[in-house]
Each structure stands twice: as structure tokens, then as C-alpha cells.
Design a protein around this ligand. Structure first.
Ligand SMILES: NC(=O)c1ccc[n+]([C@@H]2O[C@H](COP(=O)([O-])OP(=O)(O)OC[C@H]3O[C@@H](n4cnc5c(N)ncnc54)[C@H](OP(=O)(O)O)[C@@H]3O)[C@@H](O)[C@H]2O)c1
Length: 279
């Protein structure tokens, strides 16, 4: 399965679809990640807070696929935003995963009430200089958080991973990222457990394009220039979620999906301006 790539603002290349690993755990989770790698996934998205770093690293080793073919991402927990804590956390995650470097390391949440994310960012710049991480980025950052980092260090994040799905299209943040030459990654790209996948409009479009509703949603992300990170523990779904590079949505169909967005469409009502995650 050929997965297209996108160039980040630091010149590194990233696959345009990745595998989410939230709540994928234990031996069963390991086998599911291994199956996904065998189906062609190379971008693997984990986080210290998901408790899946160990099995992602183990799946990489067991797969027999060269390390250089993977694009491994993990994220910094809120409790480690101080400079030295960040550097220690990166090294601890590398040891846990049995890797020498990360392709992408993200600040998981800005936690503006704590206001330490620029300290974490400086530590990530050091980690990059040390060769521990290749690209650095953020997650759940609002425009003012992005601008603060850029003003303080002159370094623009390569990626901002944010909530995007049909009930929360988040076009404002997609546009803000694009203005700053930051690639948008979509978390919960299929809307996790919400009803989006069975919306009549998506079922009709699936029939029209001979695809599944989930594939229509993933293509909608790609046609917006967004990199989706669908999670699936089901082999057939994992494969379907990669089979999205052989069609494109017509303009009016993109616009139709955009109309599904809802005022309170966030999955867990996590507003990055107020969300506090100290673990
Ligand atoms: N940065 C952040 O703050 C943040 C927050 C949340 C998530 N994330 C990342 O984003 C990833 C994805 O988000 P998510 O895990 O919340 O949810 P998601 O990918 O939007 O949805 C996962 C759900 O969709 C189902 N699904 C997947 N493919 C399908 C298909 N082709 N047909 C039908 N159902 C399908 C899965 O069930 P099956 O297993 O049965 O296929 C699962 O129940 C996470 O795993 C994580 O890596 C990041």
C-alpha cells in the first residue's frame, strides 16, 4: 500500500496517514500494532500518557521493518514541562521504546495556566540538537500559544496535532496552522465513538464513491491537507483506513461534510485554553 508523504517545515518527510494507539494496550495491543505495520502503517502515534510506548517499540522490533522506514511520534505529559524534566522524559521514553531517536516529539497540551510550555520547547530544541528527536511540534495549541513559542525561540513547530472530525471541523485552527506553515494532524479523525460514521450524508457519499463512511471521512481530512491518525484494532478497518489514496472528493461533497460540524461537537469538551492535564 503506497502511503503519500508530506514535507514538514524542517524538510523532514511524514506519512499522510498514521495509526493512533490511544487505549491500545498489552499483548493484544502489541499484536494489533504489529498487524497494522504489516498492512503498511509507518507513522505510529503514541504518548507517554497512553501507556502504549512499550508495545509500539516492541512491535517495531518484531516487525522486521527497518527503523528508518518508520515515523514514530510520542508526546510530553503535562507534569514534565520544566526544562530538565522534559529532557529526562524524552530519554525515558526512548529507553521504554528501545529507540535511539523519535521522528516527531510533541508537547501534548499547552496548559496555559501553568505557562511552562516555552521551557519544554527549549528542552525539545536541545534534544533535537542532541539527535534525540528529528522534528518537534505541539498538540492542542491555540494561535497565541504558537506565536509565543515562535516569538521566544524563532522556531516554528513542524506539526500541531488537534481535534478534527466531522462534528468538530476546527477549520479556524487548520487555517491558523497553515498560515504559519505548520502541518495539521487530526486526532480522533473518525470522531472516536460519536455518530459521525453513520450520518446519512456520509453513508450516501460512501455509496457514491464505492468506499466506506470512514474512508470518506479520512479522504475529507486529506483533501483539507490534514494528516489523520485513525485508531483501529480491527484488521479490516486498519486496511480500509489506508486505502484512501485512490480517489478524491468533489468540492460540493467536501462542503457537505463541513456542514456536519456542531457548536458543541468536541468529543470530551476539551478546550485547550482551559484544559488542565497535570499527569
Ligand atoms: N493529541 C491529543 O491530545 C490526542 C487526543 C486523542 C487522541 N489522539 C490520537 O489520535 C488517535 C485517534 O483518535 P481516537 O483513538 O480518539 O479515535 P478515532 O481514530 O477517531 O476512532 C477510533 C474508533 O473508530 C473505529 N474505527 C476505526 N476505523 C474504522 C473503520 N474503517 N470503520 C469503522 N470503524 C472504525 C475504531 O473501532 P475498531 O477498533 O473496531 O476499528 C474505534 O472505535 C488516538 O489513538 C491517539 O493516537 C491524540
Amino acid at each position: 500500500m503506497l502511503i503519500e508523504k508530506v514535507m514538514l517545515n524542517d524538510g523532514n518527510m511524514m506519512p499522510r496517514v498514521g495509526l493512533g494507539t490511544y487505549e491500545v494496550r498489552g499483548g493484544q495491543g502489541l499484536n494489533q500494532i504489529l498487524a497494522a505495520i504489516q498492512s503498511g502503517y509507518r507513522l505510529l502515534d503514541t504518548s507517554t500518557n497512553y501507556d502504549s510506548e512499550g508495545i509500539v517499540g516492541e512491535a517495531i522490533r518484531r516487525s522486521g521493518v527497518r527503523r528508518s522506514e518508520f515515523f514514530v511520534t510520542t508526546k510530553l505529559p503535562g507534569k514534565y514541562h520544566h526544562y530538565k524534566d522534559t529532557l529526562d522524559a524524552i530519554q525515558e521514553s526512548l529507553c521504554r521504546m528501545g529507540l535511539a531517536y523519535f521522528d516527531l516529539y510533541l508537547i501534548h497540551w499547552p496548559l496555559p495556566q501553568r505557562n511552562l510550555y516555552d521551557e519544554a520547547w527549549r528542552a525539545m530544541l536541545t534534544a533535537q540538537q542532541l539527535g534525540l528527536v528529528r522534528s518537534i511540534g505541539v498538540s492542542n495549541f491555540e494561535p497565541q500559544h504558537l506565536d509565543h513559542l515562535i516569538q521566544e525561540t524563532g522556531v516554528v513547530p513542524a506539526v500541531n496535532q488537534i481535534e478534527v472530525h466531522p462534528y468538530w471541523i476546527n477549520q479556524r485552527m487548520i487555517d491558523e496552522n497553515q498560515k504559519r506553515n505548520i502541518v495539521t494532524e487530526a486526532w480522533s479523525p473518525l470522531g472516536r465513538h460519536n455518530e459521525a460514521k453513520s450520518e446519512a450524508a456520509l453513508v450516501d457519499l460512501a455509496r457514491k464513491y464505492h468506499k466506506t463512511p470512514s474512508q470518506i471521512i479520512l479522504r475529507w481530512h486529506l483533501d483539507k491537507g490534514v494528516v489523520p491518525l485513525p485508531r483501529s484494532q480491527n484488521l479490516a478497518h486498519q486496511r480500509d483506513n489506508l486505502a484512501v489514496f485512490d480517489f478524491k472528493l468533489m468540492h460540493q461533497d467536501m462542503a457537505l461534510i463541513d456542514t456536519l460540524t456542531q457548536k458543541n461537537g468536541r468529543i470530551d469538551n476539551q478546550d485547550p485554553n482551559t484544559y488542565e492535564e497535570f499527569e
